[in-house]
Design a protein around this ligand. Structure first.
Ligand SMILES: [Zn+2]
Length: 389
């Protein structure tokens, strides 16, 4: 006890003194623990006048805990207009506070907790009691970041995620908006994200999808898997059916199989790899020999083709040769210089290049097997085979 009186600084408050021994007994507050310590020192050393300093003069906390009502009202102001049910308090203290506290607690190692931890917990309790919202460490809707160096508060609002499948009915819109271009570019991302962002009072939105189709390719059948993320939403409840109706009213994009999702689903959706069935209208130089084309299709069926990255996407993907399996290929109709084909292929197959040969970058190609140039003039994804891998 004599040692404690000698070593413990006297120019700190009871709360900061109690915090040095926070882990010794969890049944008390730090202030209660500090008062016991003060009493013990008075009793056992005979120094009846011994007392710690008031909180406002404490060199560690500098009266921070006297201002909890102020921090509470900062929270209430900042979160007004946000719908949330869970929150978490975080804080950054001045470097001097942290190092002074560490120096003091180092005298009694392993027994204390940090001021930051006490602040976060106590403010969390106060906010919870005033608002009825839950203090939640795992997946809070809102994180309140207090910076005690400048007495400021910033909020991190958890994004809102919806997953589903989309069909793209137009040959004129890209999947995502142009990078670095703000505004309402018409795209799959826009037609799905804009109505959701409006419904949730969000700030921004991002589309995450399982692969992509070209601007001029329609995505039909049961649609492509996607997750749409709304950033900084003010509203956290959603009528999925109303959202679906708003998207589908666009006439460009339709969505289905909607459900609420989370950040993990973004990673999952991006890793999906499924075989797809395509239908393409191809054009030849002059009249197409239908039986020769049928033979070419049957000889590429079940075969591996080797595709070097097409020049048109070489900025986005590494230049290398990818083997891709053509699971099945057949002729739908054939007339004059045009024919329609159906092709089922492994995920990531470039169908336009599979038909044209891409100047020798895809081997073999339908053109090389047919013996004369063929090009795709219209292309649709008609099915994604989720069960087939
Ligand atoms: Zn203090």
């Amino acid at each position: 006890m004599v040692r404690i009186e000698a070593e413990i600084p006297h120019d700190i408050c009871v709360r900061c003194a109690g915090r040095i021994f926070a882990l010794v007994d969890s049944g008390l507050t730090n202030t209660g623990r500090g008062e016991m310590l003060q009493f013990a020192i008075r009793s056992l050393t005979g120094n009846r006048d011994f007392s710690f300093v008031p909180e406002r003069s404490c060199r560690v906390c500098r009266g921070t805990f006297l201002q909890m009502e102020k921090y509470l009202s900062m929270f209430l102001d900042a979160t007004s207009g946000y719908e949330f049910s869970t929150f978490l308090v975080g804080s950054t203290f001045p470097e001097e506070t942290v190092s002074e506290e560490q120096a003091i607690q180092a005298l009694f190692p392993g027994l204390g907790e940090s001021i930051k931890r006490e602040f976060n917990r106590e403010l969390g309790k106060l906010i919870s009691s005033k608002t009825g919202k839950q203090h939640d460490r795992k997946e809070p809707d809102i994180i309140a970041n207090y910076d005690l160096r400048y007495d400021t508060l910033s909020l991190t609002v958890r994004g809102f995620y919806v997953k589903g499948r989309y069909r793209k009915l137009s040959r004129e819109i890209p999947q995502t908006r142009w990078i670095h271009r703000v505004g309402d570019d018409r795209s799959v991302e826009y037609f799905i994200g804009k109505p959701l962002c409006d419904m949730l009072g969000g700030k921004e939105y991002h589309l995450h999808a399982a692969g992509r189709e070209d601007v001029d390719v329609r995505m039909l059948g049961s649609g492509r898997d996607f997750v749409i993320e709304v950033v900084n939403p003010r509203i956290r409840h959603l009528d999925l059916e109303e959202f679906r109706e708003r998207v589908n009213a666009s006439g460009y994009v339709e969505v289905d199989a909607l459900s609420l999702a989370g950040p993990d689903d973004v990673v999952k959706v991006k890793s999906l790899q499924h075989e797809k069935t395509y239908e393409a209208v191809v054009r030849g130089e002059g009249s197409i020999d239908c039986s020769r084309l049928r033979e070419a299709l049957s000889s590429i069926s079940g075969k591996l083709i080797y595709q070097r990255t097409p020049l048109r996407v070489s900025g986005r993907r590494a230049d290398k040769i990818r083997p891709k399996r053509i699971v099945a290929a057949s002729l739908l109709w054939c007339e004059g210089d045009r024919a329609a084909i159906r092709v089922r292929a492994e995920a990531g197959t470039y169908i336009k290049e599979m038909v044209s040969g891409d100047g020798g970058r895809t081997k073999p190609s339908l053109s090389s097997l047919y013996g004369s140039p063929l090009v795709v003039s219209e292309l649709d994804v008609v099915e994604i085979h989720r069960e087939g891998g």
